[in-house]
Ligand binder design. Structure first.
Ligand SMILES: Cc1ncc(COP(=O)(O)O)c(C=O)c1O
Length: 293
């Protein structure tokens, strides 16, 4: 039976019964980091990469992780087992912990670890087959000299403001530009586009999360002989692309149908189809084998 669960205070509880104190600085100030990880066939996908990024995000905000990476991996596996279904989504959260009112993290106690497992239904079957509509948001991606978008922090307001714009415009997703007006990423996904048969994505230093799916797609494209590279890109490149798609743990690969009301010629396009097939093969290869006891 499927049971949404949460590891909290060193035990696994039903998700609805998990509680944190209101003085947790994750709640008060968004002070913390997180990861979203899918599991397929009972195995977390690319767990080591996610734990590495969690560690990097935590180091970037000077937050000590409360557990070593191998302990975290052990907890994740226990949570997946408790969830009961083979496929689902994990949310690992590390907050600064409880502290007094006031932004200073100094007096906070031990960082708090939460590991949730639940279903994730953020993309409909129709969006996957027919593609999604994008707008380029007026909200700009935060600059690295304010809060580096490579940090997967508990504060997603920048993305949320852009997503509100998309919803108000009747679009499915928003792409954020950086301060220089170049493309960065979606609100919870990375952006790929194809121009002149080359698969392109903005470098993470333009203002994007260094997505684990993004990294995988770049290497799968190379393996299949599809020319692919990181390159600074502008709205013109997206408006005139041959095809485009979004990538992410939650998103997986979502084809883009239109951008700012301009229909893209191919959706889903041939590069998306090739990458999607290769992506599914990797999941099958890495996850559809029994977990060691
Ligand atoms: C802002 C943002 N960009 C990109 C991604 C995609 O990254 P990944 O493929 O590692 O899930 C995510 C999702 O985690 C995200 O929140």
């Amino acid at each position: 039976m499927v049971q949404p669960v949460c590891w909290i205070d060193d035990e696994i509880r039903p998700l609805d019964a998990a509680r944190i104190p209101v003085r947790d600085h994750g709640l008060l100030y968004g002070d913390g980091v997180f990861e979203g990880i899918r599991f397929y066939h009972g195995r977390p996908f690319r767990l080591a990469a996610h734990l590495q990024r969690l560690q990097d995000s935590a180091r970037a905000i000077a937050l000590p992780l409360p557990r070593a990476p191998d302990e975290l991996a052990g907890i994740v596996l226990r949570v997946v087992t408790a969830f009961g279904a083979p496929d689902g989504y994990l949310r690992l959260i590390v907050t600064r912990g409880d502290g007094p009112l006031g932004i200073d993290p100094g007096p906070c106690g031990t960082p708090r670890l939460l590991v949730m497992a639940d279903e994730l239904n953020m993309v409909t079957a129709q969006q996957r087959s027919r593609g999604v509509s994008l707008i380029i948001a007026a909200t700009r991606r935060l600059s690295a000299d304010g809060l580096d978008p490579r940090i997967k922090s508990l504060n997603y307001l920048n993305s949320i403001l852009a997503r509100l714009e998309a919803s108000r415009a009747g679009a499915d997703e928003a792409i954020l530009l950086n301060r220089e007006g170049r493309l960065t990423e979606g609100t919870a996904d990375n952006l790929f586009l194809v121009r002149n048969d080359v698969l392109l994505t903005p470098p993470a230093t333009e203002g994007a999360l260094a997505g684990i799916t993004r990294e995988l797609i770049l290497s799968l494209a190379a393996e299949q002989g599809i020319p692919a590279r990181e390159q600074p890109l502008g709205p013109y490149d997206l408006h005139t692309a041959e095809e485009a798609f979004l990538t992410g743990t939650g998103a997986e690969l979502i084809p883009v149908r239109e951008v700012d009301g301009r229909r893209l010629p191919a959706c889903p396009g041939p590069v998306h189809a090739a990458c999607e097939a290769a992506f599914r093969e990797v999941i099958q290869r890495e996850c559809a084998v029994p977990r060691p006891a």
